[in-house]
Design a protein around this ligand. Structure first.
Ligand SMILES: [Zn+2]
Length: 396
């Protein structure tokens, strides 16, 4: 369990506990405590997709084992019946129960879960079962440090609300409901952390990956200006964002690129050579691309996360959520991501127009616009087609 304890009476009726148990085998163990299961039959379900990445992922496929027990001292195994690919039912749950799962986590993208001897990362959509009928109620997430010599210096980075945590960030967090829980990615490990204020609001970037010391001055100056420009765009009257703090979680790797937006944080994947490091040559075009990714996902904190298609209200996580507006929301965000670099004076007009012409040339070279409208393309986004390398480089 966590080294920190909380009184059971202070915890909500839905409690998740996450243990990074098997670093070498890439397995988390997760306990779900349900104080008041539905006596008529409590259904549990894994999400089929994660908001912001519009493809059916079927996260249940990574569950290696699942068992149910009566909660408390008289722990007794109870029957849990699988009723669908990603759904289970507890038929005779008249009092509190614990569901224990082992989940394989070796997906290095920003949309799933990962665990090895260097780092842990997860979105709750990959680890935490939905308690059907109770997804609207508050829940807690206890994060336990791994019992491994590899992880003695690990700390936790997330924007979940802390309830009771130790100096390293392990312990109890609270979420308003399941949607709030899955909107807060969690990273563990060693980080280089840079901090700044944009419009008097604390922002930070926590970077993982084997890097030389980051050029903190360069990075904070650029991010401070970009975030400030976006706050001023969306909040012209108050000049204050709708969140009290914001976190960029960055995983720097040999080869990779992508991001996933959340209401007060984002998870980013980039190449190590895209980040400014002390005493290391920097390819300015690659760094500009990284800043564009930061700008894009930060813009989403408003557009898509707070201003969104009706089809996403609420997100329905067991099925495709079709909308014809996806490319309006993604398109506006993509238009603004580079424009905000110019407006915040990170690039000059010539460099900005070059980015516009590159994008425009890319559109003209492809035949897609002659075959399908943007609205139809949005509706079809859920088709699991094989995407080209160019598409995979896009910011979502
Ligand atoms: Zn996007």
């Amino acid at each position: 369990m966590t080294p920190i304890d909380m009184n059971a009476s202070d915890l909500p009726a839905i409690q998740y506990t996450v243990w990074p148990t098997d670093l070498h085998g890439h397995r988390f163990q997760v306990k779900l405590h349900i104080a008041n299961p539905d006596p008529q039959g409590q259904i549990l379900q894994m999400p089929a997709w994660i908001p912001g990445s519009y493809l059916i992922r079927d996260f249940s496929k990574h569950i290696e084992s699942i068992e149910a027990f009566t909660a408390g001292s008289s722990r007794k195994k109870i029957t849990l019946e699988r009723i669908d690919n990603d759904q289970w039912i507890l038929s005779d749950a008249n009092s509190a129960v614990d569901i224990v799962t082992t989940v394989y986590a070796f997906d290095n993208s920003v949309r799933a879960a990962y665990l090895d001897t260097e780092r842990a990362f997860f979105n709750a959509t990959s680890l935490c079962l939905m308690v059907k009928g109770q997804t609207h109620v508050p829940c807690s997430l206890a994060i336990t440090p791994p019992e491994s010599v590899h992880a003695e210096s690990w700390i936790v980075q997330t924007r979940l609300t802390s309830a009771k945590t130790d100096a390293r960030g392990f312990g109890f967090y609270l979420a308003k409901n399941y949607d709030d829980l899955i909107d807060h990615p969690v990273a563990m490990g060693e980080f280089q952390i840079v901090r700044w204020n944009s419009n008097s609001t604390p922002h930070s970037m926590a970077i993982q990956g084997w890097l030389h010391p980051i050029d903190v001055t360069r990075l904070t100056n650029d991010l401070q200006a970009i975030c400030s420009a976006t706050i001023n765009l969306f909040e012209p009257k108050t000049k204050r964002p709708l969140f009290s703090s914001y976190l960029f979680l960055v995983n720097a790797v040999l080869n990779g690129y992508g991001g996933l937006e959340h209401r007060n944080s984002t998870a980013l994947l980039c190449r190590r050579d895209q980040l400014p490091q002390k005493d290391t040559p920097l390819d300015e075009a690659s760094y500009r691309e990284f800043l564009g990714l930061c700008s894009h996902e930060y813009f989403h904190a408003w557009l898509v996360k707070r201003i969104q298609p009706k089809a996403f209200q609420p997100y329905e996580l067991s099925n495709r959520n079709h909308t014809r507006l996806l490319w309006l929301f993604e398109g506006f965000t993509s238009y603004y991501d580079d424009l905000q670099l110019f407006r915040s004076k990170r690039i000059n007009l010539g460099a900005y127009l070059k980015l516009v012409s590159d994008n425009w040339n890319g559109v003209l070279r492809g035949p897609g616009r002659l075959k399908q409208s943007l609205a139809d393309s949005s509706f079809d986004a859920w088709k699991n087609i094989i995407k080209s390398t160019k598409t995979l480089q896009m910011r979502w």
